[in-house]
Design a protein around this ligand. Structure first.
Ligand code: IMP
Length: 198
């Protein structure tokens, strides 16, 4: 029984390296419930439209996949990629388009799906880019909002959770490309150097 519990704990915390630790901030159950609520609200707002989900790679992939399955009616997806944090936990503030959308968005009801809204610089850049392409509606859905960190004057139309100013991983979010496969949204912490522990 105890070893079964241990196995489950290990399984739910893949790839944690020495010197790093993760602590659950939002459990997978709460995420699932909130994603369902958000999907219902979005569908109520656009009952008859084909919803064109535009995911920002790669952090939004798991959120987009779950949201898409909760949205009834017609849904299509596309993805784009912008420069991100790279290896660190701080934004450079510079946004570059690395991969554009495959299809045009003119006349479509577009939902930009983001994992997390931090400084807001990425979203500001994307909204400016997409508005020029004349969608029928342009809305923003984010799972997490670190509102304390906002620099750009942008806001999401649908927000899953407002969170404190902590670096989070899991449910698609990474640190140096790791931890995306954690099922919960977790706070990543680093051990202090020189604690004497080996
Ligand atoms: P913004 O342009 O500062 O709003 O940053 C948005 C992007 O930064 C997100 O799409 C994430 O890729 C990344 N990011 C911001 N905060 C975190 C975090 O706590 N964990 C992982 N990635 C983050």
């Amino acid at each position: 029984m105890a070893s079964e519990r241990k196995r489950t704990a290990l399984k739910s915390r893949p790839g944690v390296r020495p010197g790093e630790s993760v602590r659950v901030l939002i459990s997978r159950a709460r995420v699932r419930q909130r994603v369902r609520q958000m999907a219902r609200q979005i569908r109520r707002d656009f009952p008859h439209d084909t919803l064109h989900l535009v995911g920002v790679l790669k952090g939004s992939v798991l959120f987009l996949a779950d949201l898409a399955r909760e949205l009834g009616g017609e849904v299509s997806f596309d993805f784009l990629s912008v420069s991100s944090y790279g290896k660190g936990t701080n934004s450079t503030g510079e946004v570059k388009l690395i991969k554009d959308l495959d299809v045009g968005i003119e006349g479509r009801t577009v939902l930009v799906v983001e994992d997390i809204l931090d400084t807001g610089l990425t979203l500001k850049y994307l909204l400016r880019l997409f508005e020029e392409r004349q969608p029928k509606h342009l809305r923003v859905v984010v799972l997490l909002d670190k509102s304390e960190r906002r620099v750009a004057d942008v806001r999401a139309d649908y927000t899953g959770f407002t969170i404190p100013n902590e670096f989070v991983v899991g449910y698609g979010l990474d640190y140096d490309e790791r931890y995306r496969n954690l099922a919960d949204v977790c706070i990543l912490q680093f051990a202090q150097h020189g604690s004497g522990k080996k």
